[in-house]
Design a protein around this ligand. Structure first.
Ligand code: ATP
Length: 326
């Protein structure tokens, strides 16, 4: 087995707190093995435009606790084409880079799979997306920090909700996933959680609101995933306001604050473990896999399986929201 000697690392897709910590861990582990690390700037765009620089162990100083990504991230249309991926591979080849680590979400990892499939280069994926929608890992990097941000914001909104007879619809991120919404809902004691997966109807929500009123609940907070219905909380707010005049309805969209900020301790630990595990996997001849952490164990899962399998919301969590919000 030929061990890798020059390994490139990139961050791609939506940024997630902890990407820097994963990069640092990967670069330091590569240096530990006395191999050479290269950073690709602006995700797959940088691979196509050859924006690739050597990184030594010191070049990732002081990034562990910083949000965002030192390498910058991008969504690259060029990389979606075969020609774009050929150029990307040629650029790696020209520098003698023989392996690639991709830190990102399902789209980014799909790109890593295609690079291996089309060009035979060993690729390893590290799950980093606040959406937490990848199989093969209990959590992806950035999810815990995003949750902490969302929970802190909802706690503040609750103060106002409790002082007035208002219904607050708080929209959290998750275009296709209710993971952030569900966990935020439990952690803030929300009345209901509206997710794209469960797809509760407006009638269901009105019934829950009426039950809350009968039970003399004093504040009404509903967490809505961005991907619920056609247009998340904004649409839902308009419909509720038309259907019932029991409440003054306010909509708050938390938006990009959920992506930013210093990574939580949990994300720093996860990112450090997965950055290290990605390099170890390459050293052991693994390719076209994603590294994940399940019940404190490092797992390897084929990238295609991680991105194509449907991740279901935890049914125990769904039941918790229903039972604890009475
Ligand atoms: P997030 O979960 O935060 O949205 P992501 O990695 O899923 O992150 P995407 O925008 O889906 O974000 O993907 C990032 C980049 O990966 C795309 O801009 C594109 O360059 C590449 N990519 C995504 N899907 C594919 C695909 N099917 N084939 C080739 N490249 C892809």
């Amino acid at each position: 087995m030929n061990q890798p000697s020059k390994i490139a690392v990139l961050t791609s897709g939506g940024d997630a707190p902890g990407m820097n910590a994963a990069l640092r861990a990967a670069v330091r582990t590569i240096s530990w093995h006395k191999k050479l690390a290269y950073g690709v700037y602006r995700g797959y765009d940088g691979l196509i435009s050859n924006d690739i620089k050597y990184l030594d162990a010191r070049s990732v100083n002081h990034i562990l606790g910083r949000g965002g990504t030192m390498l910058k991230s991008a969504r690259s249309e060029g990389f979606r084409t075969k020609e774009g991926r050929q150029t990307a591979f040629d650029n790696l080849n020209a520098q003698g880079i023989d392996s690639l680590i991709v830190i990102g979400g399902d789209g980014s990892l799909t790109g890593a799979h295609l690079m291996h499939e089309e060009h035979g280069i060993p690729t390893i994926g590290i799950p980093a997306t606040i959406d937490n929608d990848l199989m093969g890992t209990d959590e992806s990097i950035g999810f815990d920090t995003a949750l902490n941000t969302a929970v802190e914001a909802v706690d503040k909104i609750r103060d106002t909700a409790a002082s007035h007879n208002r219904l607050f619809l708080v929209e959290v991120m998750g275009r296709n996933s209710g993971e952030i919404a569900l966990a935020t809902g439990i952690a803030t004691g929300a009345l209901a959680v509206m997710t794209p997966e469960e797809d509760l109807s407006v009638d269901d929500l009105i019934q829950i609101l009426e039950r809350g009123r009968r039970n003399k609940k004093t504040s009404n907070i509903v967490i809505v995933a961005e991907g619920y219905g056609k247009n998340g909380a904004e649409d839902l707010g308009r419909v509720i306001q038309k259907r019932t005049d029991l409440y003054e309805t306010k909509v708050t969209v938390l938006g990009h604050i959920q992506r930013g900020g210093q990574p939580s301790v949990r994300d720093r630990l996860l990112a450090s473990e997965l950055g290290h595990a990605a390099v170890e996997a390459l050293m052991n001849g693994k390719k076209d896999i994603m590294v994940g952490l399940k019940q404190s164990n490092i797992e390897h899962i084929p990238i295609l399986e991680a991105v194509q399998s449907k991740k279901y919301l935890n049914p125990n969590y769904l039941q918790l929201v229903k039972e604890l919000s009475i």
